[in-house]
Design a protein around this ligand. Structure first.
Ligand code: ATP
Ligand code: MG
Length: 432
């Protein structure tokens, strides 16, 4: 009798070898691009004090109200699996004394956790590439950061995305807007859903972010934020638009873009796609000038964005732009256990001879036919054959696996590494 199966956790995915090429490519492009824009990687814990997220993200948000994985640990501490990265990144910069008037451009990649209803493009564990520029008041950094996000799409060959921007103004101008908005929603109180009725007290801006289809017509009639912008925020926004124009980055101004987290001020932006169905946001960000003081640090302006890795990977898959899954370069066929020691040594020499070369040694024996079948499946263009007769003569066979790639050749074991190096480099120059 076999033991009962243990099910995976709902909404949490395994990334299998067949998909990994797209993930790795995105990660490589991220490292290169972020380096090119002079950002440094940082790594912060997946678990933080629950209070960090409550204070940073805001009590009246979907994330804090409904989506957090919070628990008490064995020592009685209230902890939460991070639902987003900015709060932890900022906490880390404060905890480590990195701010103190200094400027930092940092990023991280990793899993985030939200207890949402799992569906296509929406998971309970998902990943973000998170980018933060701290100590910059903008609007130049706003433009550069948006340009950086745009560079991702160019590098990844993704074109079904478009950019929306908006300005939320300062907390003062938002306060005035809040009052206008509160009056408007109070007039329509009976038509609000339960979430929105509750949020009307706490933060009416959140109502604009509602995904409930029944709420959309009331939201569409709501007074707009840009009419309430303060002069400085208007100037900041105009300057940003000017820079985006000179960079040739197309955008739409969406006056209803408020973003799901409370800490934003002034510039907010979102890249959306029509290629993924209902889950259309692939990268979202904005300025959060007030967050750092809110978390006990000294006043420091900052801006950042988070890219949803699963959604971007899905776009990469659709665009078909990722490099192929890596296959073996050489397969080592071995006849007889007595040859194994030598074959292992040669396989290691081949691996050392060229970094990144993929050498698969036949393990677990098998006759020639079975071993060549495996060699075929490995995708290797070349097999090295350790036959007992050949070994007795101190040679191995190099056997091209594809038609038209040349005839088998015998080489001395001592020359095998350089013969393989040469064979593979001739092949790759033929193919390029
Ligand atoms: P959405 O409107 O789709 O709920 P959001 O506004 O909650 O997104 P952010 O908190 O801004 O999203 O997170 C940044 C990005 O992370 C999103 O643009 C999206 O690509 C991705 N993302 C957010 N939540 C999920 C999730 N549950 N599953 C997969 N990706 C997600
Ligand atoms: Mg959300």
């Amino acid at each position: 009798m076999s033991a009962p199966l243990i099910q995976p956790v709902k909404g949490m995915n395994d990334v299998l070898p067949a998909e990994i090429a797209r993930w790795q490519w995105l990660e490589t492009v991220a490292r290169e691009l972020l380096g090119a824009y002079a950002y440094d990687e940082m790594r912060v814990p997946v678990v933080e004090q629950t209070d960090l997220f409550k204070r940073a993200i805001g009590e009246f948000t979907d994330v804090v109200e409904k989506e957090m994985y919070s628990f008490e640990d064995k020592g009685g501490e209230r902890l939460t699996l991070r639902p987003e990265a900015t709060a932890g990144m900022v906490r880390a910069m404060i905890s480590n004394g990195l701010l103190r008037g200094a400027r930092h451009k940092v990023w991280c990649i990793g899993p985030m956790f939200r207890h949402e209803k799992p569906q296509k493009g929406r998971f309970r564990q998902f990943h973000q590439i998170d980018v933060e520029a701290v100590g910059f008041a903008g609007p130049d950094i706003d433009a550069e950061l948006i340009a950086l996000s745009a560079a991702f799409w160019r590098r990844l060959g993704i074109d079904r995305v478009r950019l929306q921007i908006n300005s939320l103004g300062t907390s003062e101008s938002r306060r005035v807007y809040r009052e206008t908005l509160t009056r408007y929603f109070q007039d329509h109180f009976a038509k609000l859903d339960a979430d929105s009725q509750r949020r009307l007290e706490g933060n009416p801006l959140r109502i604009l972010d509602s995904k409930n289809p029944d709420m959309q017509s009331i939201i569409a009639g709501a007074p707009l934020l840009p009419e309430h912008l303060d002069a400085e925020s208007t100037q900041h926004f105009e300057a940003l638009r000017g820079m985006l124009d000179s960079l040739g980055i197309a955008y739409e101004v969406n006056p209803r873009l408020v973003r799901g987290l409370d800490y934003y001020s002034r510039t907010v932006f979102e890249w959306i796609t029509d290629a993924l169905g209902a889950q259309d946001a692939v990268c979202s960000g904005g300025r959060y000038d007030g967050l750092i003081t809110q978390l006990g640090g000294e006043a420091t302006p900052a801006i950042g964005f988070a890219m949803g890795v699963e959604r971007v990977v899905a776009l990469i898959e659709q665009a078909g732009t990722a490099p192929a899954v890596r296959t073996a370069d050489v397969y080592v066929v071995v006849q007889g256990e007595s040859s194994m020691g030598l074959a292992m040594r040669l396989a290691d020499d081949l691996r050392r001879s060229s970094a990144g070369r993929r050498v698969e040694l036949n393990l677990g024996g098998g006759n020639f036919k079975a071993q060549f079948r495996r060699a075929d499946r490995s995708g290797a263009p070349l097999a090295i054959v350790f036959g007992e007769d050949e070994l007795a003569r101190g040679v191995v066979q190099l056997k091209p696996m594809r038609d038209g790639a040349g005839d088998p050749a015998e080489v001395k074991i001592d020359n095998a590494v350089s013969a393989v190096d040469q064979w593979l480099s001739t092949q790759s120059s033929k193919n390029s």
